[in-house]
Design a protein around this ligand. Structure first.
Ligand code: ATP
Ligand code: MG
Length: 393
């Protein structure tokens, strides 16, 4: 395989091709994200070409390395390790035949595109000529649909790009293209998946975690949230985490508010604090891992009453997903295991046995009036800490 290690990859992007006058902005954002991700693999530069990008590294990289590096960068539709040659048929043929993978290959096809219309052959002619050369050399059968190996030939004005097989990117929009949001990150299975989907739509995601300090296993809870933020670095999550101890505030709510409304009031407290932190970072919306009807606190009535405490939009990308689908996605993005780490859920230890499923806003507001909510929010905010999630263990 060594002969196929490559110092270049060609990147094709997804929807950002459609964004009209915003396109340069989207492209710059994608370039920056690729550069950041590729830094540790000896990135030299990322070049923007029409409709595609070329990544240059200072050393040849094997395909699995390219795959690890680029398959998590949102905005990429597909990509492939590539070789660059002069845009002449003779050079293309030589490098192509010299770099053919060892096989076995059940079938192959050449897919040629020609940006430079002054090139002497049309795309179908390039495909036929190079296809015949590869077949003669290897004996591999040609198959136009569903070929085992697709060899890409992209002829530009000053060079041609040769690639073997295309690898899928994660799609979506480059992180940073859609602005900033706060993510309420509990450490459960759901909220990391919500964060993943926010990143996928181009949001910069600022994770915010509430824990029960000084009560319960708050350290486990915080460590778990940090581990999740670390694991999500590959998707472009911010490298830090807001942690907010709300154990004392929860205890006050427990003492002063009717049992049935506790959870709603904890939630309204969290939403207010998260909104204040998000606004501080110039964020414009909150994301949560709530789905509809999953637990008592996720009825339409509860969602509405909690959301009433916020002024920013509260976005819930999991709203229409089943637990099974959410779990499968959590496994795929690598956070499921981490959510199993030990640590209290911060509402858990004060969880009442009775919860209203159809809260009335008026009653909630009356209950809240007994709790001096504004002071609780101020106190919690004063203790919010911004921790570096990447370097701390
Ligand atoms: P998750 O698996 O994300 O914890 P869940 O199904 O357990 O979700 P809840 O515990 O009811 O549901 O929480 C709903 C949402 O509220 C979470 O997805 C998260 O966005 C937010 N949330 C709950 N607890 C916390 C916390 N301790 N810190 C930050 N956000 C929280
Ligand atoms: Mg939870």
């Amino acid at each position: 395989m060594e002969q196929n290690a490559s110092r270049h990859a060609v990147v094709h992007y997804a929807e950002i091709g459609l964004k009209g006058r915003n396109r340069p902005f989207f492209e710059r954002t994608l370039v920056r994200n690729i550069a950041r991700r590729m830094e540790r693999w000896g990135l030299e530069r990322v070049e923007r070409l029409s409709g595609r990008m070329l990544v240059y590294t200072d050393r040849p990289l094997e395909e699995p390395v390219w795959r690890e590096a680029l398959s998590t960068v949102f905005g990429i539709a597909h990509f492939a390790p590539a070789h660059l040659v002069k845009p002449k048929m003779e050079n293309i043929r030589l490098v192509l035949l010299g770099r053919l993978p060892p096989g076995p290959v059940d079938s192959f096809r050449i897919r040629a595109t020609r940006d430079d219309k002054s090139f002497p052959l049309t795309s179908p002619e390039i495909e036929r000529e190079l296809g015949a050369a590869v077949q003669e050399r290897t004996g591999w059968p040609v198959r136009l649909r569903g070929a085992d190996l697709v060899i890409g030939i992209e002829v530009l004005r000053d060079r041609a790009i040769i690639s073997f097989g295309r690898l899928p990117g994660p799609g979506g929009l480059p992180v940073g293209a859609s602005g900033r949001v706060g993510l309420l990150l509990s450490g459960g299975i759901d909220s990391p998946v919500a964060g993943f989907l926010a990143l996928k739509r181009g949001c910069r995601v600022i994770p915010i975690h509430f824990h029960s300090r000084p009560f319960g296993n708050w350290m486990g809870s915080e460590a778990r949230a940090r581990a999740i933020v670390r694991a999500m670095q590959v998707y472009g999550m911010e490298p830090y985490l807001y942690t907010v101890p709300i154990g004392r505030q929860q205890r006050e709510i427990t003492v002063r508010a009717p049992v049935a409304y506790r959870v709603i009031l904890y939630r309204r407290l969290m939403i207010r604090v998260a909104e204040a932190l998000t606004r501080r970072e110039r964020g414009k919306a909150l994301f949560t891992g709530e789905s509809l009807g999953q637990v008592a606190s996720q009825t339409l009535e509860s969602l509405a009453v909690v959301e009433e405490a916020a002024r920013m939009p509260v976005l819930r990308p999991l709203i229409g997903m089943d637990k099974k689908e959410i779990t499968a996605l959590a496994e795929r993005i690598g956070t499921f295991e981490l959510s199993q780490m030990e640590g209290d859920d911060c509402c858990q230890f004060l969880m009442p046995s009775r919860v209203v499923t159809r809260p009335l806003l008026k009653e909630v507001q009356e209950a809240e009036a007994e709790t001096e909510m504004d002071r609780l929010v101020r106190e919690a905010l004063a203790r919010a800490d911004r921790v570096n999630a990447v370097s701390l263990g």
